[in-house]
Design a protein around this ligand. Structure first.
Ligand code: ZN
Ligand code: ZN
Length: 90
């Protein structure tokens, strides 16, 4: 019975790690990175120099003011922090 239980456990682990390999990178303490990766280079996002982090810039409220001297409520993703209305009036 014990033998069967062990093989089932081994099978479960094998299934869980299917398609994933341990990162070949090494941490600061010279220990192999514990992250798993699905990439062909076998490096996780921390160690893969080609990994490109998806940058999602969140929208901010426009820092411009309306004619009635109120804060503009438009949202903008522009680096200037101004919505399209206020940028075009420059
Ligand atoms: Zn890693
Ligand atoms: Zn604005």
């Amino acid at each position: 019975m014990k033998k069967i239980t062990l093989s089932v456990a081994a099978l479960t682990i094998a299934m869980m790690s299917y398609g994933q390999t341990q990162c070949n990178g090494v941490t600061k303490d010279s220990v192999q990175c514990k992250n798993t990766t699905k990439t062909k280079v076998k490096l996780c996002y921390l160690h893969n120099p080609n990994y490109v982090k998806a940058v999602t810039k969140s929208a901010t409220i426009c820092s411009g003011t309306t004619k009635s001297n109120r804060n503009c409520k438009n949202k903008t993703k522009d680096l200037s922090g101004l919505c399209h209305n206020h940028r075009s009036n420059e």
